[in-house]
Design a protein around this ligand. Structure first.
Ligand code: NAI
Ligand code: A1CAB
Length: 273
């Protein structure tokens, strides 16, 4: 359904670039059918060389594309919506907003149009087609939601949620990449301290975390069930785990996620523009 559509990714920075890479590498979407915009177009020249269309003018991109994937910062959203409004055709365009903290209602109000809007919360795992993307829309937009699901399913897993859960999806799924990367970095630093060179410590830490995640996803088990299989009685794992918990490991992760969730509500302010 979406494969024959033309797609604009508007505001290509870290996330927009990762989505572009993932869609191309999936082999399901042709870069010739994807236009990427950024105000400093020279900074996305590499995508032009990879076969994508690149464009400075958001209005031209919107006129060309059927699907508009928005990946600007929340603080840039009002200005962008004001700019895009004249080009948005409610009978043609589907808007997929990846922008944190901006509701479907706020987008439609700013456009002053009853546009079809889906919210998506992917993560930078899209670049390697391992994103966790949460999607939400309003009741009437089933076909648009299915289109967004099709797009993001080619670059990872998708989950449809209520819009009110979007801030939680941001903290757990989108910020989560950084949280788990920090955990991997900490593990590799531990590995260096006990004798591995940095590159080998990182390989062991990263591949071990990949295996741990796949155990959960493929066995559909709870982490504690898998942990029980590692913790030999009177063994070394339980001693390490208990020391980590005495130092507040789980508590730090939970508190960090709650802090990010709280901030997700504050990022977008109508009065910023
Ligand atoms: N980075 C991530 O892992 C994730 C980010 N998000 C959301 O995606 C959005 C983008 O985040 P990042 O990629 O990290 O930010 P970023 O700052 O790397 O990218 C945003 C890009 O939009 C461009 N831009 C801003 N206004 C523009 C305009 N009017 N026309 C054209 N380009 C414009 C900026 O120059 C920049 O290159 C944010 O709303 C963020 O909350 C959501 C999920 C994950
Ligand atoms: O840090 C941020 O605000 C964005 C939203 C989720 C991931 N990156």
């Amino acid at each position: 359904m979406s494969r024959n559509k033309t797609i604009a990714i508007i505001g290509v920075g870290n996330l927009g670039g990762a989505i572009a890479r993932g869609l191309k590498d999936s082999g399901e979407y042709r870069p010739q059918n994807i236009i990427l915009t950024r105000r400093h177009i020279d900074r996305i020249a590499e995508f032009g060389e990879a076969g994508f269309k690149i464009e400075k003018d958001n209005l031209k991109a919107a006129a060309w594309a059927d699907l508009l994937i928005i990946t600007v910062e929340p603080q840039q959203m009002n200005r962008l919506l004001d700019e895009l409004a004249p080009a948005v055709d409610v009978d043609r365009h589907v808007i997929i907003s990846c922008v944190t903290g901006v509701s479907i209602r706020q987008i439609k109000d700013r456009l002053q149009k009853e546009a079809t809007v889906v919210r998506a919360m992917p993560n930078t795992g899209v670049a390697v087609r391992e994103s966790m993307t949460c999607l939400a829309t309003e009741g009437m937009n089933g076909p648009a939601l299915r289109m967004a699901e099709e797009i993001f399913s080619t670059v990872g897993k998708t989950l449809i949620i209520d819009e009110e859960q979007m801030a939680a999806a941001t903290a757990l799924g989108a910020c989560g990449v950084a949280f788990f990367l920090r955990a991997i970095r900490a593990a590799s630093q531990g590995g260096i301290e006990i004798g591995f060179p940095a590159d080998k410590a990182m390989l062991i830490a990263a591949q071990t975390s990949l295996g741990a995640a796949r155990l959960l996803l493929e066995n559909q088990t709870h982490p504690e069930a898998e942990i029980d299989r590692v913790t030999t009685p009177r063994g070394v794992t339980i001693s390490g785990l208990n020391t980590m918990e005495h130092q507040g490991f789980s508590s730090a992760m939970i508190k960090g996620i709650v802090t990010s969730w709280e901030k997700a509500f504050r990022l977008y302010r109508e009065d910023k523009d």
